[in-house]
Design a protein around this ligand. Structure first.
Ligand SMILES: *Cc1c(COP(=O)(O)O)cnc(C)c1O
Length: 217
């Protein structure tokens, strides 16, 4: 099926209040342009260099989301344009994003990544760390980052009950920070294999790659 048809099918299967991030990592600009021509304006990448190259080549009304693990020494390359950083997993990283955002006189929207998978390969805060962070005066003093919500990745498994459990965990945390931080409105959970469950559990933003662009090499 074509990228255009895939996009239309997915848009049809998700509610209006859920934002679709088209995850275009490893895909050529020609594929992204096909999605762009079909109306897609939000793209997700997991490597800063690749995202920056695509930002330079693509139309300027695109919102670029950094969905991967962020190395602090590379924040400077995306600070000018990035629309949302999903994978913020430390105060140190948040401070670097704040510092680089200041140089462009910007406030960069960020999501705090929460570790929800039972497997331990994924990055992110656990519950306790997150609750400590949001009371930390250093965190509260940052002016050039805006925390918009949480991001999480469920375990890569066929066990749907486990995936649902993990999404319920992050949804509960989301409810907590939603009452404490006024700018919070985004819960980024759900990928090609699990976005239906994620939406049932309260996702407001899904990150979908292979179901739009086909399998990656
Ligand atoms: C690659 C990736 C996705 C998209 O995965 P698909 O299974 O291709 O939909 C979503 N989120 C993150 C963080 C990713 O790295």
């Amino acid at each position: 099926m074509s990228i255009q048809k895939n996009l239309a099918n997915i848009q049809q299967s998700i509610p209006h209040h859920v934002t679709l991030v088209a995850v275009s990592k490893t895909k050529p600009v020609s594929d992204l342009l096909e999605a762009y021509r079909a109306g897609q304006r939000i793209f997700g990448e997991n490597k800063i260099q690749e995202m920056t190259q695509k930002w330079e080549e693509m139309p300027k009304d695109i919102q670029w989301h950094m969905i991967g693990h962020v190395q602090r020494n590379k924040v400077k390359y995306m600070a000018e344009y990035v629309a949302l950083v999903h994978g913020v997993d430390s105060l140190k990283l948040l401070k670097e994003i704040d510092k680089q955002a200041k140089k462009y006189d910007r406030t960069i929207p960020c999501l705090l990544q929460v570790h929800i998978a039972e497997e331990d390969t994924k990055f992110g805060f656990d519950r306790e760390e997150l609750l400590l962070l949001i009371e930390n005066p250093e965190f509260l003093g940052l002016k050039n980052v805006r925390v918009k919500g949480l991001m999480g990745m469920a375990t890569f498994t066929n066990d749907q009950d486990q995936v649902r459990r993990e999404f319920k965990t992050i949804k509960q945390l989301y409810a907590v920070i939603n009452t404490k931080i006024s700018t919070v409105d985004t819960l980024s959970i759900g990928m090609s294999g699990d976005y239906h469950i994620a939406i049932e559990e309260g996702s407001t933003m899904v990150r979908i790659g292979s179901s739009i662009f086909g399998a990656r090499n």
